[in-house]
Design a protein around this ligand. Sequence first.
Ligand SMILES: Nc1ncnc2c1ncn2[C@@H]1O[C@H](COP(=O)(O)OP(=O)(O)OP(=O)(O)O)[C@@H](O)[C@H]1O
Length: 306
Amino acid sequence: MTSIDVQALTKEYGTRRAVDALTFRVLPGRVTGFLGPNGAGKSTTMRLVLGLDRPTSGTATIGGRPYATFREPLRHVGALLDAQAAHGSRTARNHLRALAASNRLPLTRVDEVLEETGLTSVANRRVTTYSLGMRQRLGIAAALLGDPEVVLLDEPSNGLDPEGIVWIRGLLRRLAGQGRTVLVSSHLMNETASFADHLVVLGRGRLLADTPMREFIHARVKPRVRIRTTDATALRNVLTAHGHDAVQHEDGHWTVPDARVDDIGHLASAAGVPILELAAEEATLEQAYLDLTATQTEFTAQPQEV
Ligand SMILES: Nc1ncnc2c1ncn2[C@@H]1O[C@H](COP(=O)(O)OP(=O)(O)OP(=O)(O)O)[C@@H](O)[C@H]1O
């Protein structure tokens, strides 16, 4: 079992503490979303896990070993940190071939990962001609080259078109389904909600949450009911009579906070209120995340003084 273990990890740059006594574990067989406001320490943590930077104190290990101790790291850990890292004047195929050769990986893997990332038809083009989305795909191809058990991707959806976004969602689910350990940072909440099983959330270098995604959302966002009627007065009366503070929106629909669809449905039906639409409003990861990180954002706009 290959987990990523971060233990009391701290990284200071001068007097700035980018990562602060962080402890968490990323387990195999699921996609862990790595979230946090700008400057929260996500990239720094990933760099420390990959041995690209030295911790001030604490440890980060993969399968119990520091990254630096792997003789052939690409066979164990695949990472996408910076999509611009590929050498521009090479073709994508040659870039991957060089990487495979220098890591003693079979060259057959090159065509496999090109296929997997949808780059086969453009594999002989120079990377300089690639769009950001194509470079992302190439970075992911490089990360998968060694068929690693552990995959770390920093903002992999960056620059991808809608089709690319759907593709990466499927890829991440597949990698986790194969039992790999997958850690993915992102700023896109809807995206993260679509692929993550588990979340690790940072704020100012500290751990704010380490929890299954469903629990993360439900612990923070109360259920709401969406309802539409042809008789607004009757609806308002019945809801008010039962202590519900409903809000009417411009397009005519209502939301009833902290309510369950069954209860509101029964109330409306018993009062003879005509219903056009009645639905539970899904609590979103974005709502839950903003609630948690509201006080943790390094670069929030400050209220202007008048
Ligand atoms: N090489 C460095 N030298 C000095 N400070 C750094 C360095 N790398 C990161 N930092 C600082 O460490 C903090 C954490 O940055 P980091 O890039 O890890 O955050 P992040 O969560 O990845 O942010 P983003 O979401 O914007 O990518 C920031 O305050 C950043 O300015």
